[in-house]
Write a protein that binds this ligand. Structure first.
Ligand SMILES: Nc1nc2c(ncn2[C@@H]2O[C@H](COP(=O)(O)OP(=O)(O)O)[C@@H](O)[C@H]2O)c(=O)[nH]1
Ligand SMILES: [Mg+2]
Length: 325
């Protein structure tokens, strides 16, 4: 298959080819990198951006179950919608490792021919994102997805990189007020566009309402003291499927506003630039590890460090100087 044929198949929504291309993008083999280099520009040129929804929260808060519930209700509401799901799992050592657990949680989505699902490992340091996340999203867009949900572990801290990939970010919280107090202290919810108190069912309902109230008060307080935007709070149960419609209405409302006020383009432009900078640093780290010339240079400098003939800062400068930049 030529790269062009591969692109054509992706545009036509061929799941097998899409999966193959995604594996290629994540590959470290020189040959695969070469194909990726030819493939991505073709996809980028011809595909329409999807609306990207980032979903984060600590492990076990119910992100996968939530995506299954919300995704299913979106699919039901509009038979023409295609959905992409990208899960980034820190616990899986290699790509595809978490697919089993996710396919159990996302039973309905996995079996739908309108859903493209990919589980990727969190292979590096980009704060909850994996190195190829943007490129994987691009491929999902090439396959014609209208919405893409990206699941990453995170706790709403500012170093959660999910905000670099999403048009809208949702933070899922446990329904415990003890937990919420913790989050209140860290002041972390402001990084999310929407806050969901999840598992609002059964015995947890009371705690969920309490937590919701706390967050709302906190939002109002922040708003009145610093003019910070108030993060809307939703009570949701993905098991009982409650609160999802209200949440989806809000998502659509925000999306419409972003489109109407041309906010998306601007946001995506600056996201791309920031991701680019992150990638330069990450690529440089890899180069430092893999390049023979550089590692030789590095060893020499390390020796000088041991002998106290240079300092870490001076050594770093000296290394970069020798790159003849
Ligand atoms: N009570 C309740 N449990 C839920 C809900 N959603 C998920 N869970 C449970 O929480 C656990 C973790 O769910 P999972 O979706 O894998 O969480 P993730 O690690 O954040 O992706 C599972 O045992 C789910 O059955 C919910 O709405 N209500
Ligand atoms: Mg999960």
């Amino acid at each position: 298959m030529t790269t062009k044929e591969m692109a054509e198949r992706i545009f036509s929504g061929d799941k097998k080819t899409l999966a193959k291309a995604m594996t290629l993008i994540c590959s470290h083999l020189d040959n695969d990198k070469e194909i990726a280099k030819r493939l991505l520009p073709i996809i980028l040129e011809k595909s329409t951006p999807a609306y990207r929804i980032g979903i984060s929260g600590i492990g076990g808060v119910g992100k996968s179950t939530f995506i299954e519930a919300l995704g299913s209700s979106i699919l039901e509401s509009d038979p023409s919608i295609k959905l992409g799901v990208l899960t980034i799992d820190p616990s899986s050592p290699n790509s595809g490792g978490s697919i089993l657990a996710d396919s159990v949680r996302m039973n309905n989505l996995v079996s739908s021919d309108r859903v493209f699902l990919r589980a990727a490992s969190n292979n590096t340091q980009l704060g909850g994102l994996n190195r190829e996340a943007y490129e994987l999203v691009t491929l999902l867009e090439g396959a014609g997805c209208h919405y893409i949900m990206i699941e990453t572990v995170g706790s709403g801290q500012s170093d959660d990189r999910i905000n670099l990939l999403s048009d809208l970010s949702i933070l899922l919280q446990m329904p415990a007020s003890g937990d919420s107090m913790q989050a209140l202290k860290k002041g972390s919810i402001e990084n999310a566009d929407l806050l969901v108190i999840h598992k609002n069912d059964g015995l947890l309902k009371k705690e969920a309402s309490k937590a919701s109230l706390l967050y709302k008060q906190r939002g109002q307080l922040l708003h009145s003291t610093s003019g910070h935007k108030e993060t809307p709070v939703f009570l949701v149960s993905s098991i009982e499927k409650t609160g999802l419609k209200e949440l989806w209405r809000m998502i659509e409302k925000i999306q419409k506003k972003q489109i109407k006020e041309h906010l998306l383009e601007h946001k995506r432009n600056s996201q791309r630039k920031e991701l680019f900078e992150d990638q330069v640093v990450a690529e440089f780290r890899e180069l430092l590890k893999n390049s023979k010339t550089l590692s030789k240079e590095k060893k020499q400098l390390e020796k000088l460090l041991d002998e106290k003939k240079t300092s870490p800062l001076l050594a770093a400068r000296s290394l970069l100087m020798n790159l003849h930049l």
